[in-house]
Design a protein around this ligand. Sequence first.
Ligand SMILES: Cc1cc2nc3c(=O)[nH]c(=O)nc-3n(C[C@H](O)[C@H](O)[C@H](O)COP(=O)(O)OP(=O)(O)OC[C@H]3O[C@@H](n4cnc5c(N)ncnc54)[C@H](O)[C@@H]3O)c2cc1C
Length: 314
Amino acid sequence: MFCSEKIDVFLKDKYNHIECKKNQYLSEYTTMKVGGKVEFMLYPTSTAEMIDLLRACEQESIPYFILGKGSNIIVNDEGVELLFINIQKLDHIYLDDNDNTKIIVEAGVSLLELSTFALTHSLTGLEFACGIPGTVGGAVFMNAGAYDGEIKDVLYSSLVFDKKQGEITLNNQEHQFSYRNSAIAQNKSVVLSSVFQLQKVTDDMIKNKMDDYQEKRESKQPLEFPSAGSTFKRPEGHFAGKLIMDAGLQGMKMGGVSISIKHAGFIVNDNNAKAQDVLDLITHIQQVVWEKFEVRLEPEVKFLEKNGEFKIFQ
Ligand SMILES: Cc1cc2nc3c(=O)[nH]c(=O)nc-3n(C[C@H](O)[C@H](O)[C@H](O)COP(=O)(O)OP(=O)(O)OC[C@H]3O[C@@H](n4cnc5c(N)ncnc54)[C@H](O)[C@@H]3O)c2cc1C
């Protein structure tokens, strides 16, 4: 049986109570606005429903992909034969009853909503995250960070679905956070919810910091165009954007994408791009930067191939 038929039977048999959108283009679900079709996109609405679904997927070998806000992925133009699980309806957020410096939040909540909730409760620590356009799940997966902070600095624990052990709670250490990486990404686990440990201060201080970071972003980043943020990780001892500029590549166009003239670390979709254009430009930048400076640029964005695996860049 083809994979899509298998998913169809699986959903009809057991999961017709969960909202499912069919034949969705990933260009509408990713911030780069490229990507082909996915046949099934499911919207679980609670952690319990999510656990039940993931367990069944594992038992019946249904391949799945967890989609947050699509702000760090590029999906190939032909699409993918996987069950897409969109976490946007895992959207609960509240203060811990026993400790009002802890926020408990489901994985589909956006970082903007989380940092605004922290501001409302005069809790500091998440200001760095207010301009990162992803979900809590995607941010924990990536150990997202900006300016003076990273997820690892404020995360207390997560409820996670692990492929072997089922649902487990991981403390901060057990996430094995490193630069834009975590055990969640390594083990292909799924974040269901997380607890953030913050500190009480005056709201003014938090608001000023958030405004300051937002102004910096708006002045330095090409937010007026679709993109997936910084294309490359920061190579040790260098800045990716500076290497790209020094290699004379800034402004270069390839198909429908170009290297932003505002920030050379960003590839932007400024002319109805295809995923292949992004891939070609990434490969070209890597080659030129290697030839000129012998520095290997490792993509921070993840490129999802037709077979459902992330592309391994050389
Ligand atoms: C304009 C712009 C600015 C950005 N600035 C920053 C920045 O300053 N710092 C930074 O770190 N990043 C930045 N990013 C990148 C991106 O926003 C972050 O990496 C973000 O954390 C990705 O979250 P997401 O929900 O969009 O994840 P997605 O792109 O949807 O998914 C990314 C990966 O996470 C996995 N994933 C998503 N949810 C879960 C879950 N619940 N459990 C397990 N895996 C999951 C997906 O399967 C996928 O492999 C920026 C992006 C843009 C477009």
